[in-house]
Ligand binder design. Structure first.
Ligand code: BF8
Length: 652
């Protein structure tokens, strides 16, 4: 019932930069230059052109408006934590300490710890909501949910020592969900899933004192430490950042992945489509944008309702077309083969296809300005999370207890909006690109014949030289998708198998790298293996919380080889990262022993000591470090060299 939902502000047409739009209209070369600067996504280009011509603001315009950035903020040496400031370090003017006395090392380290804790909190809180939904399902209070992967549920129950024989599915789910909720604040002082890591890796954590005690505890501890006057040692500040991140990777995120699998199914290899061309001219188009499958899975189910399909037909539509965006899209793509409209920088462009009736959002990576973009079209933005209300959107509070009812209401809203579409504004810019997806750890294992040994053997033989996890976002500091696609092509050429998640995976999908046919771009060894198995050289492993799948895969490979994760010929990369969540992911990769190369420079350059610790010193602590290399070709060379060194050390 749309009437009961409040809009926060009056919608209004916004044309943010009319002068530039007029200038663009007069100057085709200017438009082409802008498009070429902004993206390598071919399907995005015609839409960007339209938005430029019509003066509809995008992330790239706002980025330009923000230039030049503040030098102190860019280097991490501004501090806005307390009311004695704000402060910034300006060594050349002898301002080497903030009012409280903090120096550049401490200010940079505190800011970085804040960033990691924010990212860890976002992933882990998302995980908590999924576990709460499992609990409500177990006790019969959730509407429309069920337990899909009982085998995985029992496996998790076994890890906690629960007896499952003779127990009902609901009782096992109840016990497991309570045990996992306990992991957020457990007093047993370690997160259960850290026991999945190889013994050698666990020993590294224990020696460094960074095994996470509980998910929430490390985040709260981080918040405590960044309060003014709690420690002045940048090294302990950063060590705690690693501990907090490990609580995300082996805790909050891994629990989110596992319980999403339990409830919605562990992904298996399947085929689907990506790019803005997945929007259909003759159907009601609804996009699912955000991160939590608890919402999007119910929308998928509700969209099959015969009454709603009849309603859509009565409005002149041929059907209801669901498309994904960002990580909730990745979840649906992996499990259900729902087509994906794009990654982070496709969100505004999707609205500008003019064919989107509703964009449903939950939380994370959602531009607050989306209702402004939507106000230029007939699209409704529908927010659903009490913690993520957005002015200008319609709010349909989404709760497990009433999930299906709310999902149907939102779909009805979209159908009713279909006749409001202006056919003159519809721009479906390309044919969709085929992708093969669904590479959970279990699916990879099954494809290898039930054991990881063939993969380990191929690595030992040098047919595959190693593997890299390429993850993360889009960032206007990098041409959209250029970093992901260039790095990906460079690595597979060198016989390095890629596993990808999040917006990196979708960039690869749009560029055709998630098709088995992309094997011909790989080096001879990787190509042969991909062609034998019929798989792409870039494996899509899911959403950003599914970076935890990469950890589990690394752990399995290490255990098969009898080594720690840090000894494997593997690496991580985030060539276009922007989010605090990506910083947490990169930190738990490094803390787990995986050398990780970032594209954009983090805000740390104001402290030489912090830079040195992160890029070199950590090798003595966790046997891995960060590197920063904005050029993806050079980043590939760094990863290649690292993998070569690890191979030599292993004697393979
Ligand atoms: O969690 S890759 S832009 S959508 S933060 Fe966001 Fe980055 Fe995309 Fe998913 Ni992940």
């Amino acid at each position: 019932m749309p009437g009961k939902h409040a809009k926060y502000v009056q919608r209004k047409i916004t044309v943010p930069d009319i002068e530039r739009a007029k200038m663009s209209l007069m100057n085709p070369a200017f438009i082409q230059q802008k498009i070429d600067e902004r993206t390598v996504d071919e399907a995005a280009k015609p839409v960007i052109e339209t938005m430029l011509r019509e003066g509809i603001e995008t992330v790239w315009d706002r980025f330009e408006q923000q230039q030049p950035p503040c030098r102190y903020c860019s280097e991490g040496i501004s501090c806005n934590r307390c009311a004695m400031g704000p402060c910034r370090i300006i060594p050349e003017h002898y301002r080497v300490r903030g009012v409280c006395g903090a120096d550049a090392d401490l200010i940079v380290a505190r800011n970085l710890l804040d960033t990691i804790a924010t990212g860890a909190a976002a992933h882990s809180d998302h995980g908590r909501e999924i576990i709460e939904t499992l609990y409500k399902t177990a006790i019969g209070e959730a509407q429309g949910y069920e337990i899909t992967d009982l085998e995985k549920l029992k496996r998790i129950a076994g890890e906690f020592g629960f007896e499952t024989e003779g127990q009902s599915t609901e009782e096992i789910a109840r016990q497991v969900s309570l045990a996992l909720l306990e992991e957020y604040g457990t007093i047993k002082n370690f997160i259960q899933f850290t026991a999945r890591a190889p013994q050698q890796t666990q020993e590294v954590w224990d020696a460094a004192g960074i095994r996470p005690r509980s998910v929430d505890r490390e985040i709260v501890d981080a918040m405590h430490r960044i309060q003014m006057g709690v420690g002045a040692d940048y090294t302990t500040m950063l060590a705690h950042g690693l501990r907090t991140a490990l609580g995300d990777g082996w805790g909050g995120s891994l629990m989110a992945t596992e319980i999403s699998d339990v409830m919605f199914g562990t992904p298996t290899i399947n085929q689907s489509w990506v790019n803005l061309g997945v929007v259909k001219k003759d159907q009601v188009n609804i996009s699912l944008h955000g991160h939590n499958p608890v919402l999007s899975e119910m929308i998928v189910r509700a969209a099959e309702d015969p009454g709603l399909l009849d309603l859509a037909k009565s409005k002149g539509a041929a059907g209801i077309n669901l498309v994904g965006l960002c990580c909730t899209g990745n979840e649906l793509l992996m499990r259900k083969g729902i087509p994906q409209a794009g990654n982070h920088f496709n969100q505004e462009l999707l609205i500008a296809t003019g064919a989107l009736e509703v964009m449903i959002i939950d939380y994370q990576c959602i531009f607050p300005s989306l209702p402004r973009t939507a106000s230029c079209y007939h699209t409704h933005i529908v927010s659903t999370s009490p913690k993520s209300k957005v002015p200008g959107s319609l709010y349909y509070g989404f709760y497990p207890e009433t999930a299906i009812d709310t999902a149907k209401e939102i779909i009805r809203l979209a159908i009713e909006n279909f006749p409001n579409r202006n056919p003159d504004k519809v721009l479906i810019p390309a044919d969709p690109m085929k992708v093969v997806t669904g590479f959970s750890v279990e699916a990879i294992q099954a494809a290898l014949g039930g054991t990881f040994k063939p993969l380990v053997d191929a690595i030992a033989a040098g047919t595959i030289r190693g593997a890299a996890g390429v993850v993360g976002c889009n960032n206007p500091k990098v041409k959209h998708d250029y970093g992901h696609v260039t790095l990906g092509k460079e690595l597979i050429k060198r016989d390095i198998l890629l596993v990808e998640t999040g917006c990196a995976a979708i960039a690869s999908g749009k560029a055709g790298l998630l098709r088995p046919e992309a094997a011909k771009l790989a080096g001879p060894g990787l190509r042969e293996i991909c062609e034998t198995l019929g798989i792409p050289p870039v494996l899509h492993m899911g959403s950003c919380v599914d970076c935890s799948r990469i950890l589990v895969l690394a752990a399995e490979l290490a255990k098969t080889l009898g080594v720690g994760i840090h000894q494997l010929p593997i690496a991580g990369a985030a060539p276009e990262w922007y989010s605090q969540k990506a910083v947490s992911i990169a930190s738990y990769f490094v803390a787990s022993g995986v050398y990780t190369v970032l594209g954009p420079m983090p805000k740390i350059t104001g402290s030489g000591n912090v830079v040195h610790l992160l890029t070199e010193g950590l090798n003595d602590v966790v046997k891995a470090s960060f590197a920063v290399e904005p050029d993806p070709v050079k980043a590939a060379e760094l990863i290649d060299r690292h993998i070569g060194d690890k191979r030599t050390a292993l004697g393979i």
